[in-house]
Design a protein around this ligand. Structure first.
Ligand code: ADP
Ligand code: LRH
Length: 488
């Protein structure tokens, strides 16, 4: 089968073409486009029409490259929604999860449903931008009364491509309004939060056929119909976890891009108070799995540092800075990556320096030292999170799979192996697009079996680089972890 995977990350969107069959899984990129948020009248938005144009360009290029397509699947970052009115028109650009507006609704939501009650139902890590808070903030706006459907970004793009409205399950599980146990919209939470039920469309399972590309889209892209559009794990992290080439169930993963999503795969959610307090989420995965994980601030810290340096006219070549960071001494300064101050866009090196000063550490004195501080701090966060995930879930872990763009960062991969005291298997870089294609191929009958069989195909076809932990490092990492814990 020849399948197009649309994978939209916070830093870039891409359309990839997969050729899949028994024993065969090849992926190549046909279009990559920047994902540049736009601040309009003080609010940070996604430029969703530019992203849609990038998708159409990608589908056109896919058709030119490989001829007729057997299907399309879409995944993207989670939580953000577009509202449709009764005519199906989009009511404004989706607001970026890093916008400050969402957090203003948190106290009002918690007055109606306590954090503990919310967690018992939705099992989500408290993040101020979970959709439930976004919708509560939007409710204050005049246009909200016109909204008939709230569509997560992949569901919105699928609607534009096919005309069909629905909500894919894995991404719906990031809204805070899905019951993690029944795997249905929580009518109870929707009622208690006084949101209109009609906003939440029927759920679709990964593998469901959503529809076909409309005649308009076929004309626009030059593709020959019919081209089915299939629901995949439309949350990019769900697709990335499908794309983890694990051999047994005793693995942890770091889905390492703009965010680092760190956790384990489970059959059932963990909804204990200890889990809530540790900030773990129970997002739903493909084939009835639970992605028991924590959001770690991720390579965002590095991306924003590069952006800051570039606009100041300083050197900002990632490869060179990573080489220089590898020569820096370890643990010069370490910060808690989860500090709320790191969430919004801005001058990350200055914020890191501020946190260092507040915690009695000398701030990094060079760009290379700042990069080293970020990577040491991320590896420490991965160590803490992998260990907590194993402890809170009872799942033993003997390997860490690191997938996504961060798998290209060999220094980070080695630091992660050293920090966790476990082998790190790095790659594939395009795990989300691979997971997307695998679920489509199985739905289309080109592959069969469960996640284990899909992962066997990944191991047979994709490149993975092993990083073993350097011996005798535990005491140094423990001391650094204690340093961060004392300052948190
Ligand atoms: P997202 O899906 O969130 O947009 P990606 O999975 O594409 O993120 O990962 C982007 C990150 O990958 C960048 O922030 C960068 O740190 C890292 N990365 C990409 N290419 C390289 C490279 N050649 N060397 C090291 N790191 C890289
Ligand atoms: C990663 C991701 C993550 C979400 C965040 C909003 O791209 O989907 O899983 O928490 O974006």
């Amino acid at each position: 089968m020849r399948l197009a995977a649309v994978d939209l990350g916070a830093s870039s969107g891409r359309v990839m073409v997969g050729r899949v069959g028994p024993g065969r899984l090849e992926l190549h990129e046909v279009n990559r486009f920047a994902n540049r948020p736009v601040r309009v009248a003080g609010t940070l938005h996604w430029d969703v029409l530019a992203l849609y144009a990038g998708v159409l360009d990608g589908l056109r290029a896919a058709g030119r490259d490989v001829g007729p397509l057997d299907g399309v699947g879409i995944d993207s970052w989670a939580v953000d929604v577009g509202l449709l009115d009764a005519d199906g028109a989009l009511l404004g650009n989706p607001v970026h999860y890093r916008d400050a507006r969402h957090a203003t609704a948190v106290p009002g939501v918690h007055e109606l449903v306590s954090p503990a009650d919310l967690y018992r139902v939705n099992g989500l890590q408290h993040l101020p931008f979970n959709t439930v808070f976004q919708l509560a903030a939007m409710r204050q706006l005049a246009g909200f009364g016109l909204a008939r459907h709230a569509l997560l970004v992949p569901d919105l793009l699928a609607y534009w491509l096919t005309g069909a409205v629905g909500a894919e399950l894995t991404n719906a599980s990031t809204t805070g309004l899905l019951d993690a146990t029944t795997r249905q919209w929580s009518t109870d939470l929707v009622d208690r939060l006084r949101l209109p039920h009609e906003l939440f469309p029927p759920l679709r399972q990964p593998g469901d056929r959503l529809g076909e590309l409309t005649a308009d889209v076929l004309a626009e892209t030059g593709l020959t119909g019919p081209v089915p559009v299939t629901a995949v794990g439309s949350h990019d992290t769900a697709s990335a976890v499908v794309g983890v080439p694990a051999e047994s169930e005793r693995f942890a993963y770091v889905s390492c891009g703009t965010w680092s999503l760190v956790g384990v795969e489970l059959p059932d959610p963990v909804l204990t108070e200890a889990s809530r307090e540790a900030g773990f989420t129970n997002e739903l995965g493909v084939d009835g799995t639970v992605r028991y994980l924590r959001n770690v601030m991720g390579l965002w810290l590095l991306q924003e540092s590069l952006r800051t340096w570039q606009s100041a006219g300083l050197p900002a070549d990632l490869t060179e800075l990573l080489h220089a960071a590898a020569r820096e001494p370890a643990f010069g300064a370490v910060v808690d990556c989860d500090d709320d101050r790191f969430l919004p866009p801005g001058d990350m090196p200055a914020r890191i320096a501020e946190v260092c000063r507040e915690t009695g550490q000398t701030p990094p004195q060079s760009q290379a030292a700042t990069v080293r501080c970020i990577l040491d701090s991320l590896a420490l966060a991965y160590r803490r999170t992998v260990r907590q995930a194993a402890e809170l879930s009872g799942r033993s872990v003997d390997v860490v799979h690191l997938v996504g763009g961060g798998a290209r960062n060999t220094l980070l991969c080695q630091l992660t192996a050293d920090a966790c005291g476990l082998p790190v298997l790095a790659g594939p870089v395009e795990a989300a697009a691979l997971g997307n294609v695998l679920v489509q191929a199985r739905a289309g009958g080109a592959l069969s079996g469960g996640l284990a069989e899909l992962r066997t195909l990944l191991r047979a076809t994709q490149q993975v680089v092993r990083h073993d932990p350097t011996p005798c490092q535990e005491a140094a990492w423990q001391a650094a972890e204690d340093r961060v814990r004392r300052t948190r």
